[in-house]
Ligand binder design. Structure first.
Ligand code: TYD
Length: 216
């Protein structure tokens, strides 16, 4: 396996997806390798079907552990269908969310426990952790205010959860950053979008200087 696997993480409203739309072409211009963008939950046909069930606004009776298992199941399918074949082809895979999302949202946010959620995810990912994770840090207050002003009507089931839930998600992310200093780089997401993109791209170049060395 010689591709590069980079995941992007952060609380709701961190602007991660928007930033990723600009980070991917910036990286692509700096390397001769192909850059592939994917996302979770989803990223492949079966995983996208699971995504619909998890994020359904009507699914209010979903059990917390069912939710955690569905995320892990979608992740397994995404890994097998997209991530591993991409890495095997020596490409660069950028994933909008991966296992840290489950630890933060289900482990911390839903209070299932980080250990328990890590355990079911270890089964799903079978040792395939990202080479690098970029974490977009934003406080829950700022993140939620951004979402509410952006798309009041289109909020999904998780975005509608309480401020306390989002505070626990944020705290768990900070703990993950602390516990994984070699893998996770934290970026300040509460600054101008172009600076967020620049910080992320700089962190990636710094980690893989031989890959992003001027490119095509
Ligand atoms: P999405 O619309 O993709 O939002 P975002 O742009 O914030 O990534 O919705 C994904 C939601 O699912 C988001 O609220 C985070 C949540 N989530 C989990 O709770 N656990 C997980 O393992 C993953 C991958 C996502």
């Amino acid at each position: 396996m010689s591709g590069i696997f980079i995941s992007f993480e952060g609380p709701d409203g961190a602007g991660k997806t928007t930033a990723l739309n600009r980070i991917a072409p910036a990286l692509d211009a700096l390397t001769s390798s192909e850059v592939v963008v994917s996302r979770e939950p989803g990223g492949s046909p079966i995983a996208e079907e699971i995504r619909k069930i998890i994020l359904d606004i009507h699914g209010t009776e979903m059990d917390d552990r069912t939710e955690a298992l569905l995320y892990a199941a979608a992740r397994r399918q995404h890994l097998v269908d997209v991530i591993l074949p991409t890495l095997e082809a020596n490409k660069i895979l950028l994933s909008d969310r991966f296992v840290d999302s489950s630890i933060a949202y289900q482990g911390g946010g839903r209070e299932i426990g980080t250990r328990e959620v890590k355990d079911i995810n270890d089964f799903a990912i079978d040792g395939h952790l990202p080479d690098l994770t970029i974490y977009f840090d934003i406080t829950p207050e700022v993140g939620l205010a951004r979402i509410r002003s952006d798309h009041q009507e289109a909020m999904d089931r998780l975005e509608k959860a309480s401020l306390d839930f989002h505070k626990r998600v944020h705290d768990t992310y900070l703990q993950l950053v602390k516990d994984n200093p070699q893998r996770i780089v934290s970026i300040n997401a509460d600054q101008a979008p172009e600076l967020v993109v620049k910080d992320a791209v700089d962190a990636i170049i710094k980690r893989f200087p031989d890959v992003f060395n001027g490119g095509k």
